[in-house]
Design a protein around this ligand. Structure first.
Ligand code: BG6
Length: 496
């Protein structure tokens, strides 16, 4: 479906996310011919800018704005669709009245109409206030068009605050106009998980407790917290990566087939999956979840100081930069299959992948020829990033006498499928919202269910009931995380 004329209002437009991701994504849409002819982007924030200042900051002087093959004229035409409205306090009714007046003026001058997307890219404490003010000004629903609200992460700080936030914004905007963004859902390879599973006849029959030994999901980063220490220390790896991004990836790996490939059906299955996660109670935390912080070391991104010495991080900080965990899904498909998830800063590689390890055949027929044949792992490795693609590992006979077995892999690279650049996550997601297509956004109930799973772990950590380990920057994390695999086979896959 095509995109209606509209105005995209970005709150927090002078911030980091707008510069790094949002404006470049809107430019991609412009270059691809996806934007409607009548379109305006209205940046709003506290900085005192003119339209020209704003264009300069987010387009002409923005180091993240890549012109690629676009001409200077294209860039100029694009920049003329950008406008700016300063807001003294965000919650002041006056501000939103001024914003409402500006929207009417934009329509009068440019005929951009009365459809609106409001993008919240501000500090989270404004996530309730702004929708409230928009509702008061009548911008939450319009008789002459549509209004949609995009909410950035973090969506809540724990279960209680997420429930409250949902309640607040749902009292101002209808649920089907609320778009909770999780940029991992915008990644092609995360969407491709659904196609791999449900468009092929041979994976799905194996995708269950009868054939799967374990499932592991890794999101490793080489960078430390850099200059984001202030934000990160309030968050930590669990809130920053696991509660949102990695549980979303898990849902795509483990959910039941939806009855249709539409938003309600897919979102219903995800909710069911989150509800079937076996709770990790406070007393299970020490056996199933490992938290750790990096100490000084060397990574591919260079030398790093200890997390506690990073800018903006208190020297006594107990915030985790690594999480490794093991858990179960209590449903028919997955009963008894262990799931492992880990993520960390300052690990040896930047890599996100899912590994499905299949059970061994019932007999080790060739073991007298080779010890290796006993441990020949049948694994499906789904590389979310980089080198997007998939590899299937299995045993083959080594040419020559006897029956020696060797692991080989069939490797597919996603980039071979298209000549075009794979669209960036934010580009895809923004376009979906413009079209009114919510499938790749998180629904309120499933965000709450994901929090319900994570919350007891955070509570146990806060109560200091389990140790905080450390790992040297540049290593694969604390040794204690290897112990999670005891009795469960293959162990973490640590590619080099
Ligand atoms: C963000 C986190 O949501 O995701 C960052 O706040 C993290 O800490 C980033 O680095 C990872 O995203 P990607 O797309 O680079 O894997």
């Amino acid at each position: 479906s095509s995109v209606d004329s509209h105005v995209l209002v970005i709150f927090g437009a002078s911030g980091d996310l707008a510069q790094r991701k949002l404006i470049p994504a809107v430019f991609d849409l412009f270059r691809g011919g996806y934007l409607p002819e009548k379109f305006a982007l209205l940046g709003a924030s506290r900085t005192d800018f003119t339209d020209e200042d704003f264009r300069k900051k987010v387009v002409f002087d923005n180091e993240h704005f890549e012109q690629k093959d676009a001409s200077d004229d294209d860039v100029k035409t694009f920049s003329e669709k950008l406008f700016y409205q300063d807001l003294a306090s965000y919650d002041g009714e006056k501000d939103i009245e001024a914003l409402a007046a500006r929207l009417i003026k934009l329509d009068e001058e440019y005929g951009v109409g009365k459809n609106y997307i409001f993008y919240l890219s501000t500090p989270p404490k404004l996530y309730s206030t702004i929708p409230g003010a928009l509702a008061k000004a009548g911008l939450n629903e319009s008789e002459e068009g549509w209004s949609r609200l995009i909410v950035e992460k973090p969506f809540g700080y724990d279960e209680e605050s997420a429930v409250k936030l949902n309640k607040d914004i749902q009292s101002y905007f209808r649920e089907n106009t609320i778009y909770r963004i999780d940029h991992y859902l915008g990644k092609e390879t995360v969407q491709n998980l659904l196609v791999t599973r449900f468009a092929n006849g041979f994976f799905e029959p194996l995708w269950n407790r009868n054939y799967v030994q374990s499932v592991q999901i890794t999101a490793a980063e080489t960078v430390g917290v850099g200059s984001r220490g202030g934000y990160y220390d309030e968050s930590g790896a669990m809130r920053d990566m696991v509660q949102n991004h990695l549980l979303q990836v898990l849902a795509h790996v483990a959910m039941e087939p939806p009855i249709r490939a539409d938003a309600p059906s897919i979102r219903d299955e995800k909710l069911k999956l989150f509800k079937s996660l076996r709770p990790i109670t406070k007393k299970d935390v020490k056996n199933q979840v490992v938290r750790a912080q990096y100490t000084e070391g060397r990574t591919k991104s260079g030398d790093v100081v200890s997390y506690r010495d990073a800018e903006g991080v208190p020297s006594e900080s107990k915030t985790e930069t690594y999480v490794g965990m093991k858990f179960f899904i209590d449903n028919w498909r997955w009963a008894g299959v262990p799931f492992f998830v880990r993520t960390g800063k300052c690990l040896p590689l930047k890599l996100t992948e899912v590994v499905i390890t299949f059970k061994n055949p019932p007999q080790a027929l060739f073991s007298e020829y080779d010890d290796y044949a006993m441990s020949c792992d049948n694994q499906l490795i789904i590389r979310i990033q980089p080198d997007e693609g998939m590899a299937l590992e299995f045993g083959m006979k080594v040419p020559g006498e006897g029956f020696r077995v060797k692991n080989v892999d069939m490797d597919f690279f996603y980039r071979d499928l298209t000549k075009n650049d794979v669209p960036a996550a934010y580009t895809r997601l923004l376009l979906d919202c413009m079209k009114g297509e919510p499938t790749l956004y998180a629904r309120g109930d499933s965000v709450e269910a994901a929090w319900a799973f994570i919350d007891p772990i955070l509570k146990a950590w806060e109560a200091d009931e389990v140790p905080l380990y450390s790992y040297t920057a540049g290593s694969w994390g604390p040794l204690q995380a290897d112990a999670l695999w005891k009795g469960e086979g293959s162990g973490w896959r640590n590619p080099s």
